[in-house]
Design a protein around this ligand. Structure first.
Ligand SMILES: Nc1ncnc2c1ncn2[C@@H]1O[C@H](COP(=O)(O)OP(=O)(O)OP(=O)(O)O)[C@@H](O)[C@H]1O
Ligand SMILES: [Mg+2]
Length: 530
């Protein structure tokens, strides 16, 4: 069996190496919309891509997978004109091209749906979708033709199944909807190549299905797609072919019939992952956290009662917009609750601000790392130290640098954050590694009540297993844990208790040992109840 796996891997590797040689020497070309020949790109201290070649057929859906920091986004950004390459060639329709700018990429028909939302949140949906390309009217075409802008936008929104007004202000929309606006923006240029960098990380299952339909339609029309995701189930569902990157190099290719989870993981991390979820912790009999008649702002009709025992992992499940983030924000004092009480270890806590929440022993690992979690233009070590600076990391008003360094090193090791040095800026890390810095920052506070909002969003399989293990260890020490998660496997895999929400209301509690996926979905969608 082991031999079989080894020889299969060798075959794939040899095939890939031969293909690489052929591409580089120009022997293979033909009906490819895109060919990448031996491209390399370095940043200070890291070879993000080393001599990578690949081809994309017309109408093909090619998935690009790899661990956090493997170089996937870098490759997409080169194709989208955000970064220039250090070496190598890019051919579009058999012609060698120099991309160099986002405008040039757009003219070549290349569109990128960015991993991190790349929108202006003070503009309308339509303003975002056609930013810089607004239809004009009037003398010398000086004025934006708002009517046409809104109509054109409504057409594109229809394609992704989004029923939001083109004149809605972006920041007032939930993050999943914003993600769909980002996708609409890419579709609006009628591209030949559309690249999706983790497009589903904040989409609900239904929205994800809608996106797959869009991708299949694009493919039928001959548009080629490159699809990046850490959700390997999705990759299997949508991809015609998979290319795996590892440490900036091509690690293997899988044809449609070879695509399966284990094969992808092996090429990604070079080993099998033993067990994703392991429940070894014991839940205490004592309630550690209790919410009584808790009212989230604007949800006055739905008071929430919730208990979390010591060492218990309670998972909030629901569709995008179910009100999970709102609940976490109200508990943590980001938004002032409208009523009700919070008890920790039997004592009532008066929490009206995050500072008071932290004082009471809570921490919140937020969903939107750029907005709430990370100071991107600050060093990694200082980001990690931020919550403890006023407290245990300083003395007499001075920061204890040794303690900060020791903490940063410990957390980097614990979460296996892939970096060059802890003093580099957080924005220079790959998306998943940025997420790990956010986790490190809050876990360093040793909380008694840990709140996490989509903690593994954008995290690769290996690191996911590590994070689950970490939650497991924290639960073992008696911490009460409340996690909002949209990934069904994760919900069922880590929860001691599942609390399902729909439109701001708790619709039921389930025991993961006895419930099925359908039970969760039913409670999350029961419109009669909501
Ligand atoms: N602007 C930058 N400055 C410095 N280093 C960078 C920059 N962008 C990327 N890197 C580094 O290049 C490497 C590849 O990063 P990239 O973002 O391409 O990874 P990825 O495969 O997209 O990972 P993830 O799954 O976490 O999004 C990483 O080591 C990252 O830290
Ligand atoms: Mg990335």
């Amino acid at each position: 069996m082991v031999e079989d796996k080894k020889s299969m891997k060798m075959d794939v590797e040899t095939e890939c190496a031969l293909e690489q040689e052929d591409i580089k020497s120009g022997k293979r070309s033909g009906d490819y919309i895109l060919e990448i020949r031996g491209i390399s790109k370095s940043f200070p201290g890291v070879h993000a891509l080393s001599n990578v070649s690949l081809q994309l057929k017309r109408g093909e859906v090619l998935a690009l997978v790899g661990e956090n920091g493997a170089g996937k986004s870098t490759m997409m950004k080169i194709l989208a004109g955000v970064y220039t390459l250090d070496a190598g060639d890019i051919l579009i329709d058999g012609e060698s091209v120099i991309i160099g700018s986002v405008e040039r990429a757009t003219n070549l028909g290349i569109a990128l749906v960015h991993q991190e939302l790349n929108l202006c949140d003070n503009l309308t949906v339509a303003g975002n979708v056609f930013l810089g390309r607004e239809p004009k009217k009037g003398l010398f075409n000086k004025f934006v033709d708002t009517e046409r802008l809104n109509n054109d936008t409504a057409e594109v929104l229809k394609k992704v199944g989004l029923s939001v007004s083109p004149s809605a202000i972006l920041r007032e929309l939930p993050i999943g909807t914003q993600q769909l606006v980002e996708i609409s923006k890419a579709l609006s240029i009628n591209a030949k190549i559309v690249m999706f960098d983790e497009p589903t990380s904040s989409l609900s299952e239904h929205e994800t299905e809608q996106l797959f339909k869009v991708i299949r339609d694009l493919s039928k029309q001959g548009v080629s797609c490159i699809y990046i995701s850490h959700r390997l189930g999705e990759v299997k569902e949508v991809a015609d072919r998979v290319v795996v990157l590892r440490d900036g190099k091509l690690s293997g290719c899988l044809e449609k019939h070879e695509i399966n989870r284990d094969a992808m993981i092996r090429l990604m991390v070079g080993r099998d992952i033993e067990k994703m979820y392991q429940k070894n912790h014991t839940v205490s009999d004592k309630v550690r956290v209790e919410l009584k008649d808790f009212i989230v702002p604007k949800r006055a009709s739905y008071p929430i009662d919730l208990t979390i025992k010591g060492g218990e992992i309670v998972v909030l499940s629901g569709l995008v917009g179910a009100g999970r983030t709102e609940l976490l924000h109200a508990i943590f004092g980001i938004d002032k609750r409208w009523g009700g009480k919070i008890f920790i270890d039997g004592s009532e806590m008066h929490i009206n601000t995050p500072a008071e929440a932290i004082k009471a022993g809570m921490v919140l690992v937020p969903e939107d790392r750029k907005l709430n979690g990370l100071v991107v233009n600050m060093e990694i070590d200082n980001n990690i130290a931020l919550p403890g600076l006023k407290d245990h990391l300083s003395k007499n008003g001075f920061i204890n640098r040794d303690k900060v360094d020791e903490l940063a090193d410990r957390m980097v090791k614990l979460l296996d954050i892939r970096l060059y040095m802890t003093s580099q800026l957080a924005e220079s890390l790959s998306g998943g590694n940025q997420q790990k810095v956010v986790l490190a920052k809050w876990l360093s506070m040793d909380p008694v009540f840990l709140l996490l909002d989509e903690p593994t969003r954008g995290i690769d399989v290996g690191a996911k297993a590590e994070i689950y293990k970490l939650l497991e260890d924290l639960a073992q020490t008696g911490v009460a844990i409340l996690v909002a998660s949209s990934e069904m496997q994760e919900v069922l895999g880590i929860a001691d208790k599942i609390v399902v929400m729909c439109e701001g209301r708790v619709t039921g509690e389930l025991d993961p040992l006895t419930c099925e996926e359908e039970d969760v979905i039913k409670l999350a969608t029961e419109s009669a109840v909501c």
